[in-house]
Write a protein that binds this ligand. Sequence first.
Ligand code: ADP
Ligand code: MG
Length: 381
Amino acid sequence: MTQPNKNTSIEADYLQLARIALSGRTQDVQVILRRMAKRYAPIIPELADALTTLLHELPTPTSPLRQQADVPLPVDLDTRLHLLRVETQPVLDHEPIFAPGVKTALAQIVEERRHPQKLVRAGLDPTRAALFLGPPGVGKTMAARWLARELGRPLLILDLAAVMSSLLGRTGTNLRHVLEYAKTIDCVLLLDEVDAIAKRRDDHSEIGELKRLVTVLIQQIDDWPASGLLLAATNHPDLLDPAIWRRFELHMEFPLPDEVAITRFIDGMLAPHFPAVQMWSNLLALTFAGRSFSDVERDLSVSRRGAVLEDISLDEQFGRLLTNANVAKRSRIRIATAIVEQGLVSQRKATELTGVSRDTIRRRTTPKKKKAKQRNGRDTS
Ligand SMILES: Nc1ncnc2c1ncn2[C@@H]1O[C@H](COP(=O)(O)OP(=O)(O)O)[C@@H](O)[C@H]1O
Ligand SMILES: [Mg+2]
């Protein structure tokens, strides 16, 4: 082949390759590259060699070709159901409230990804895999969604409890499919309820299969590319295989919300619908001590629906909730005093709402406030 011929064919191939790559047809890109490698072998052997090497390495998970590819979502081979939930642009319907430790750790993950060069210069990698621990309904899934949103990446959720419901032998295959797929995308992958793998340990006939499954999971975690963010969540850390546990470089504990967090959460939930929100969020927070955010959310929604159906005001409805709740006397007194001091309600109303006697409330409200009140009273009289 002669020189001019070589150039024109390279140009033509290059253009064709560009066109096909831009339309996302990965398979065709590979066909063309293979053809080019063969055609260039006699004329530009170095290029042909380099192409051949590339093609042999492909498909690697981190290859840009596959990142762009429109690979179909993995499905269960029998049911044909999608194994993954994909949120291309994750949205939160309200902002999460995280405990200070959790907030700091999550913010750091985001910072690490925003300034990768800084880490690289120090010879460090960003956090690759993090494990979220904690009871249900405290924001583990929400944290994954929050991270994906902050990082501007799609969120992929694999619910292991759901995948485990299929035959175990197939679960391994499914698991592998999903992770292979997720690796090709710059995403946040959440393995939700990862303890589900461990939970079936009790059935002895399946021990061999389970061991294989754990091995598959471990291999996949080890192969996870540093560019992706792998998260796993569990309500039962004690059930998790220690080998899996160890694979996550960061362990984050999501605690049940304290009174302050619950108050803020109720504030956020009720504010758009309800003017007297501050008083009620303080009061209602008492009735939800020790409960999760999702419990609070559910109970308040039930209450609001009840009020609408019964045609009663939210004030009345919440009053009932408070009266029926088993709230420690000490907490009632503390909150009754607080809402009076903050000027949210009168002493009489506070007594009505909390069942704390007016005498007690009077005795507990700060003397300074009382004095100020008395002074004001004298001034105006
Ligand atoms: N930390 C939080 N801040 C605000 N809302 C929360 C929080 N945790 C849970 N919720 C509410 O409860 C729902 C369920 O939370 P989720 O993140 O799925 O809990 P988990 O994954 O820990 O079981 C959320 O959709 C949200 O409305
Ligand atoms: Mg969850």
